[in-house]
Write a protein that binds this ligand. Sequence first.
Ligand code: FPP
Length: 246
Amino acid sequence: MALFNKKKNSPIALPEKLPQHVGFIMDGNGRWAKKRGLPRSFGHREGAKNFKKIVRYCKDIGLQNISFYAFSTENWQRPKDEVDTIMELFREYIVDVRNFLSENTRMIFLGDKSVFDDDLREKMIRLEEDTAHYTEMTLLMAVNYGGRDEIAHAARILAQKAKDGEIDPKDITEESVADCLYTKGVPDVDLVIRPSGELRLSNYLIWQCAYAEYYFTDVLWPDFSPEDLNKALIDYDGRSRRFGGV
Ligand code: FPP
Protein backbone atom coordinates (compact mmCIF):
# COMPACT_ATOMS: atom_id res chain seq x y z
CA MET A 1 0.00 0.00 0.00
CA ALA A 2 1.25 3.48 -0.86
CA LEU A 3 2.57 5.72 1.89
CA PHE A 4 1.43 9.31 1.81
CA ASN A 5 3.46 12.31 2.86
CA LYS A 6 1.56 15.08 4.62
CA LYS A 7 4.58 17.29 5.19
CA LYS A 8 4.94 18.46 1.62
CA ASN A 9 3.63 21.86 0.70
CA SER A 10 0.45 20.60 -0.95
CA PRO A 11 -3.20 20.97 0.07
CA ILE A 12 -3.49 17.20 -0.05
CA ALA A 13 -1.24 14.35 1.04
CA LEU A 14 0.95 13.17 -1.82
CA PRO A 15 2.57 9.80 -2.34
CA GLU A 16 5.78 9.38 -0.35
CA LYS A 17 7.67 8.29 -3.44
CA LEU A 18 7.36 10.81 -6.24
CA PRO A 19 8.52 10.17 -9.81
CA GLN A 20 12.16 11.10 -10.34
CA HIS A 21 11.42 12.88 -13.61
CA VAL A 22 8.09 14.30 -14.76
CA GLY A 23 7.80 15.45 -18.39
CA PHE A 24 5.10 17.99 -19.30
CA ILE A 25 3.79 18.42 -22.84
CA MET A 26 2.27 21.91 -22.68
CA ASP A 27 -0.50 21.33 -25.20
CA GLY A 28 -3.77 23.18 -25.80
CA ASN A 29 -2.69 26.83 -25.74
CA GLY A 30 -4.18 27.51 -29.17
CA ARG A 31 -7.53 25.93 -28.29
CA TRP A 32 -7.62 27.79 -24.98
CA ALA A 33 -7.36 31.09 -26.90
CA LYS A 34 -9.79 30.03 -29.63
CA LYS A 35 -12.47 29.15 -27.07
CA ARG A 36 -12.26 32.77 -25.89
CA GLY A 37 -12.18 34.31 -29.37
CA LEU A 38 -8.57 35.42 -28.84
CA PRO A 39 -5.51 35.07 -31.09
CA ARG A 40 -3.36 31.97 -30.50
CA SER A 41 -0.54 34.11 -29.11
CA PHE A 42 -2.72 34.88 -26.06
CA GLY A 43 -2.91 31.17 -25.41
CA HIS A 44 0.87 30.90 -25.44
CA ARG A 45 1.14 33.85 -23.06
CA GLU A 46 -1.27 32.13 -20.64
CA GLY A 47 0.59 28.86 -21.17
CA ALA A 48 3.86 30.52 -20.20
CA LYS A 49 2.25 32.02 -17.05
CA ASN A 50 1.02 28.59 -16.12
CA PHE A 51 4.46 27.11 -16.71
CA LYS A 52 5.74 29.44 -14.00
CA LYS A 53 2.96 28.43 -11.59
CA ILE A 54 3.50 24.71 -12.15
CA VAL A 55 7.30 24.98 -11.85
CA ARG A 56 6.90 26.70 -8.48
CA TYR A 57 4.50 24.05 -7.28
CA CYS A 58 6.81 21.23 -8.44
CA LYS A 59 9.60 22.82 -6.41
CA ASP A 60 7.32 23.18 -3.37
CA ILE A 61 6.38 19.52 -3.35
CA GLY A 62 9.94 18.33 -3.88
CA LEU A 63 10.02 17.04 -7.46
CA GLN A 64 13.64 16.72 -8.54
CA ASN A 65 13.60 16.70 -12.32
CA ILE A 66 10.91 18.34 -14.43
CA SER A 67 10.96 18.86 -18.17
CA PHE A 68 8.72 20.91 -20.44
CA TYR A 69 8.15 20.64 -24.18
CA ALA A 70 8.22 24.30 -25.17
CA PHE A 71 9.11 24.22 -28.88
CA SER A 72 9.66 21.32 -31.25
CA THR A 73 11.79 21.05 -34.37
CA GLU A 74 8.46 20.96 -36.26
CA ASN A 75 7.01 24.09 -34.63
CA TRP A 76 8.98 26.37 -37.01
CA GLN A 77 6.27 25.56 -39.58
CA ARG A 78 3.74 27.64 -37.62
CA PRO A 79 2.80 31.17 -38.77
CA LYS A 80 5.62 33.67 -38.26
CA ASP A 81 3.74 35.82 -35.74
CA GLU A 82 3.08 32.75 -33.56
CA VAL A 83 6.75 31.68 -33.68
CA ASP A 84 7.78 35.29 -32.91
CA THR A 85 5.50 35.35 -29.84
CA ILE A 86 6.99 32.12 -28.50
CA MET A 87 10.56 33.44 -29.03
CA GLU A 88 9.58 36.66 -27.25
CA LEU A 89 8.22 34.60 -24.35
CA PHE A 90 11.49 32.64 -24.16
CA ARG A 91 13.38 35.94 -23.90
CA GLU A 92 11.07 37.24 -21.14
CA TYR A 93 11.07 34.05 -19.12
CA ILE A 94 14.80 33.45 -19.35
CA VAL A 95 15.33 36.82 -17.74
CA ASP A 96 12.52 36.21 -15.26
CA VAL A 97 13.47 32.64 -14.40
CA ARG A 98 16.14 33.85 -11.97
CA ASN A 99 13.45 35.74 -10.06
CA PHE A 100 10.74 33.12 -9.86
CA LEU A 101 12.95 30.13 -9.22
CA SER A 102 14.34 30.19 -5.77
CA GLU A 103 18.00 29.33 -5.52
CA ASN A 104 19.37 25.87 -6.10
CA THR A 105 17.57 25.06 -9.35
CA ARG A 106 19.59 23.90 -12.31
CA MET A 107 18.38 24.86 -15.76
CA ILE A 108 19.09 22.83 -18.89
CA PHE A 109 17.87 23.52 -22.44
CA LEU A 110 17.26 20.40 -24.52
CA GLY A 111 17.59 20.72 -28.28
CA ASP A 112 19.73 22.32 -30.95
CA LYS A 113 20.27 25.89 -29.77
CA SER A 114 22.39 26.86 -32.78
CA VAL A 115 19.33 28.04 -34.74
CA PHE A 116 18.28 30.70 -32.24
CA ASP A 117 19.21 34.38 -32.54
CA ASP A 118 22.61 35.06 -30.98
CA ASP A 119 21.25 37.01 -28.00
CA LEU A 120 18.72 34.31 -27.11
CA ARG A 121 21.22 31.47 -27.50
CA GLU A 122 23.76 33.30 -25.36
CA LYS A 123 21.16 33.89 -22.62
CA MET A 124 20.30 30.18 -22.63
CA ILE A 125 23.95 29.14 -22.40
CA ARG A 126 24.66 31.70 -19.65
CA LEU A 127 21.70 30.45 -17.59
CA GLU A 128 22.86 26.84 -17.96
CA GLU A 129 26.39 27.76 -16.89
CA ASP A 130 25.29 29.91 -13.96
CA THR A 131 23.01 27.20 -12.54
CA ALA A 132 25.10 24.11 -13.35
CA HIS A 133 26.14 23.58 -9.72
CA TYR A 134 22.60 23.68 -8.25
CA THR A 135 21.25 20.39 -6.98
CA GLU A 136 17.77 20.76 -5.44
CA MET A 137 15.79 20.60 -8.68
CA THR A 138 16.64 20.37 -12.38
CA LEU A 139 14.36 22.20 -14.78
CA LEU A 140 14.71 21.11 -18.39
CA MET A 141 13.19 23.09 -21.25
CA ALA A 142 12.93 21.45 -24.66
CA VAL A 143 13.45 24.15 -27.29
CA ASN A 144 13.93 23.38 -30.98
CA TYR A 145 13.77 19.82 -29.72
CA GLY A 146 12.88 16.58 -31.50
CA GLY A 147 13.46 13.10 -30.11
CA ARG A 148 14.60 11.65 -33.43
CA ASP A 149 16.80 14.65 -34.05
CA GLU A 150 18.40 14.13 -30.62
CA ILE A 151 19.16 10.46 -31.39
CA ALA A 152 20.60 11.39 -34.82
CA HIS A 153 22.76 14.01 -33.04
CA ALA A 154 24.02 11.32 -30.61
CA ALA A 155 24.75 8.99 -33.55
CA ARG A 156 26.85 11.71 -35.21
CA ILE A 157 28.89 12.23 -32.03
CA LEU A 158 29.57 8.49 -31.67
CA ALA A 159 30.35 8.07 -35.37
CA GLN A 160 32.87 10.91 -35.19
CA LYS A 161 34.51 9.36 -32.11
CA ALA A 162 34.75 6.03 -33.93
CA LYS A 163 36.24 7.74 -36.98
CA ASP A 164 38.81 9.46 -34.77
CA GLY A 165 39.72 6.11 -33.21
CA GLU A 166 38.49 7.14 -29.74
CA ILE A 167 35.97 4.30 -29.51
CA ASP A 168 35.36 0.93 -31.11
CA PRO A 169 31.82 0.70 -32.60
CA LYS A 170 31.33 -2.71 -31.00
CA ASP A 171 31.71 -1.10 -27.56
CA ILE A 172 28.74 1.25 -28.07
CA THR A 173 26.16 0.54 -25.38
CA GLU A 174 22.83 2.03 -24.29
CA GLU A 175 24.80 3.98 -21.68
CA SER A 176 27.20 5.46 -24.22
CA VAL A 177 24.24 6.56 -26.39
CA ALA A 178 22.48 8.06 -23.33
CA ASP A 179 25.67 9.99 -22.52
CA CYS A 180 25.42 11.72 -25.91
CA LEU A 181 21.83 12.86 -25.41
CA TYR A 182 20.92 16.37 -24.25
CA THR A 183 19.67 14.81 -20.98
CA LYS A 184 23.08 13.32 -20.04
CA GLY A 185 23.08 12.59 -16.30
CA VAL A 186 19.34 13.22 -15.82
CA PRO A 187 17.16 10.22 -14.87
CA ASP A 188 14.81 8.82 -17.52
CA VAL A 189 11.25 10.14 -17.55
CA ASP A 190 8.98 8.26 -15.12
CA LEU A 191 5.78 10.14 -15.84
CA VAL A 192 4.66 12.07 -18.93
CA ILE A 193 1.74 14.44 -18.47
CA ARG A 194 -0.10 15.61 -21.58
CA PRO A 195 -3.09 17.89 -21.18
CA SER A 196 -5.60 18.87 -23.91
CA GLY A 197 -6.96 15.43 -24.75
CA GLU A 198 -4.31 14.39 -27.28
CA LEU A 199 -3.02 10.85 -26.73
CA ARG A 200 0.46 10.91 -28.22
CA LEU A 201 4.11 11.59 -27.43
CA SER A 202 4.85 13.85 -30.44
CA ASN A 203 8.57 13.06 -30.62
CA TYR A 204 9.17 14.13 -27.00
CA LEU A 205 12.14 12.48 -25.24
CA ILE A 206 11.43 9.23 -27.09
CA TRP A 207 14.58 7.49 -25.80
CA GLN A 208 14.10 8.69 -22.22
CA CYS A 209 10.39 7.74 -22.16
CA ALA A 210 11.01 4.08 -23.07
CA TYR A 211 9.48 2.92 -19.76
CA ALA A 212 7.55 6.05 -18.77
CA GLU A 213 3.98 6.01 -17.51
CA TYR A 214 1.52 8.34 -19.26
CA TYR A 215 -1.15 10.60 -17.83
CA PHE A 216 -3.61 12.28 -20.17
CA THR A 217 -6.26 14.83 -19.27
CA ASP A 218 -8.71 16.94 -21.28
CA VAL A 219 -7.78 20.11 -19.35
CA LEU A 220 -5.98 22.59 -21.64
CA TRP A 221 -2.44 23.55 -20.58
CA PRO A 222 -3.21 27.15 -19.47
CA ASP A 223 -5.84 25.69 -17.09
CA PHE A 224 -3.70 22.78 -15.84
CA SER A 225 -3.50 23.38 -12.10
CA PRO A 226 -1.51 22.10 -9.11
CA GLU A 227 -4.63 20.03 -8.26
CA ASP A 228 -4.42 18.39 -11.71
CA LEU A 229 -0.78 17.61 -11.03
CA ASN A 230 -1.70 16.07 -7.67
CA LYS A 231 -4.22 13.82 -9.46
CA ALA A 232 -1.53 12.73 -11.93
CA LEU A 233 0.94 11.94 -9.12
CA ILE A 234 -1.64 9.90 -7.21
CA ASP A 235 -2.61 8.05 -10.39
CA TYR A 236 1.09 7.34 -11.09
CA ASP A 237 1.52 6.00 -7.58
CA GLY A 238 -1.10 3.34 -8.32
CA ARG A 239 0.62 2.06 -11.46
CA SER A 240 2.49 -1.21 -11.45
CA ARG A 241 5.85 -0.68 -13.16
CA ARG A 242 7.60 -3.83 -14.25
CA PHE A 243 10.22 -2.60 -16.78
CA GLY A 244 9.74 -5.75 -18.84
CA GLY A 245 9.94 -8.06 -15.81
CA VAL A 246 7.04 -9.77 -14.02
C1 FPP B 1 1.27 23.50 -27.82
O1 FPP B 1 -0.03 24.06 -27.84
C2 FPP B 1 2.20 24.50 -27.32
C3 FPP B 1 3.31 24.94 -27.98
C4 FPP B 1 3.70 24.44 -29.32
C5 FPP B 1 4.18 25.98 -27.41
C6 FPP B 1 4.32 25.97 -25.92
C7 FPP B 1 4.88 27.28 -25.56
C8 FPP B 1 4.57 27.98 -24.45
C9 FPP B 1 3.72 27.49 -23.35
C10 FPP B 1 5.05 29.37 -24.31
C11 FPP B 1 6.52 29.50 -24.10
C12 FPP B 1 6.93 28.81 -22.88
C13 FPP B 1 7.66 29.33 -21.91
C14 FPP B 1 7.81 28.54 -20.71
C15 FPP B 1 8.32 30.63 -21.96
P1 FPP B 1 -0.73 24.33 -29.24
O2 FPP B 1 -0.43 25.70 -29.67
O3 FPP B 1 -0.35 23.27 -30.22
O4 FPP B 1 -2.24 24.21 -28.83
P2 FPP B 1 -3.43 23.67 -29.75
O5 FPP B 1 -3.16 22.21 -29.98
O6 FPP B 1 -4.62 23.91 -28.90
O7 FPP B 1 -3.42 24.48 -31.01
